[in-house]
Design a protein. Structure first.
Length: 170
């Protein structure tokens, strides 16, 4: 059985928590953004390292990668170790949608469209919110972000809107 290492039990330098803090901050900011629009979110909300499994309605912030340099910097040139670091993360919001029933019949077109409505709302809010992910503090904007949004093919009765963000790690 795997043993979980609890960082609270060790004298870990605060510098080591920058990525953890970024992930938690993105989750909290995403929840606040949806609340400001009055759009309910699934009860299951968390952040994780690597892509999550979609087995229920959920909001998941997932770490993809980190690299040296500002968002969008070309990796073709060597970087000094003291330059900023950028992280690529995804904001994944999965919703239940109509799917093939026990009879094996596909849902009616109108039911599919009705189920897609909240996914379209989610997608719009996620893309509109990118300006709020570039705010590091009350003083103003950070160095900018790169953002793309996609909606995955429906699978297992769920459809996921995914906002991929590339942003500097504060």
């Amino acid at each position: 059985m795997a043993v979980r290492i609890d960082p609270d039990n060790y004298n870990i330098d605060e510098e080591a928590f920058h990525l953890r803090d970024l992930m938690q901050g993105i989750l909290e900011r995403t929840v606040a953004i949806f609340q400001s629009y009055g759009v309910p979110l699934p009860a299951r909300q968390y952040w994780t390292m690597g892509q999550p499994a979609t087995d229920c309605e959920q909001l998941v912030i997932a770490f993809v990668q980190m690299y040296l340099g500002a968002p969008g910097d070309e990796a073709a040139e060597p970087q000094r170790c003291n330059v900023p670091r950028s992280a690529v993360v995804t904001v994944n919001l999965s919703r239940a949608i109509p799917s093939v029933g026990q009879t094996g019949r596909a849902p009616e077109g109108q039911k599919i469209q009705d189920g897609s409505e909240i996914v379209a709302v989610d997608s719009w809010i996620m893309m509109e919110s990118i300006k709020l992910f570039d705010q590091w503090d009350e003083m103003g904007f950070g160095p900018g972000v790169i953002a793309t949004l996609s909606v995955a093919e429906a699978q297992g009765g769920f459809q996921t809107s995914t906002l991929q963000l590339t942003m500097m790690v504060p």
